[in-house]
Design a protein. Structure first.
Length: 263
């Protein structure tokens, strides 16, 4: 009986940043890259390989992500590092994360490890070993670091760009990996010891859940996906934010058009 206009879950400033971010990525990579991106889902169809935390399983998963994101696997050296990363900090002084010793993933430019041997000239993506126990977070962090390979390694963006980390998160949405990075933006885990039981929260990435929700809605809108089935894989909070954003976009199309559709 009473109609209520949908309300965006983010601020106007964040909405404009996401819109501008999509336009920047379109200029860097081309609109067709976003329109033709495969939406990768946490299903056996998209990840058919057996995952058992072994180095072989991690390699297969990482190689599959490279294909999905359009990255040449041969240009990357994949490394797994333990939680104690003080020694790694000395070895890789130019790591991409600004989160200190709690970094879940690292990226190193190829030219910063110049050696006579070709392997040493490849870009380095390093992933924290504890991620291997959580394949969803592993995919999210690996996708983010591959975003650095595309933007920084491809010299499309400079590390000095003030928002290059959030833009790297947005790139995962632009290229179809947004389900994983959005769901990992805030992960809750139950813990139990001799004295207490409770929940802990681990935050991965640089964009909060509501911004991911709007970005995914914009991604769907730009691809003319009115009721994308992949929304069912989103966590409850992100799913709600995405649906509210889709409703808002549907009633305010003049604010969100990226460009003319490709014929």
């Amino acid at each position: 009986m009473f109609g209520f206009s949908p309300k965006l879950p983010i601020t106007e400033e964040d909405r404009l940043w996401v819109n501008d971010g999509f336009q920047r990525l379109e200029k860097l990579l081309g609109r067709r890259r976003m329109l033709e991106a495969k939406v990768v889902e946490p299903t056996a169809e998209d990840f058919p390989d057996r995952y058992d935390q072994s180095s072989e399983a991690v390699e297969m998963l990482f190689s599959r992500l490279c294909v999905y994101m359009g990255v040449d696997r041969k240009t990357i050296q994949l490394e797994i590092f333990p939680d104690e990363v003080d020694e790694l900090r000395d070895l890789l002084p130019a790591w991409s994360s600004d989160r200190g010793s709690h970094a879940a993933g690292l990226y190193l430019h190829a030219h910063e490890r110049e050696r006579s041997d070709e392997t040493e000239r490849r870009m380095v993506v390093a992933l924290r070993s504890t991620l291997l126990r959580d394949p969803l977070s592993l995919v999210a962090v690996a996708a983010h670091e591959l975003g650095h390979v595309i933007l920084l390694g491809g010299k499309l963006m400079k590390a000095q760009t003030t928002d290059h980390e959030p833009m790297t998160d947005l790139l995962t949405v632009f290229l179809g990996l947004g389900i994983f990075t959005a769901n990992s933006a805030a992960r809750f885990k139950q813990f139990e010891n001799d004295r207490k039981i409770g929940w802990s929260m681990q935050r991965l990435g640089y964009l909060p859940e509501p911004v991911f929700g709007y970005a995914l809605a914009k991604f769907a809108h730009e691809r003319n996906e009115k009721r994308p089935e992949w929304i069912r894989h989103l966590s409850p909070n992100v799913k709600s934010d995405c649906r509210n954003s889709l409703r808002w976009i549907g009633e305010n199309r003049e604010y969100v058009t990226l460009a003319e559709p490709i014929g």
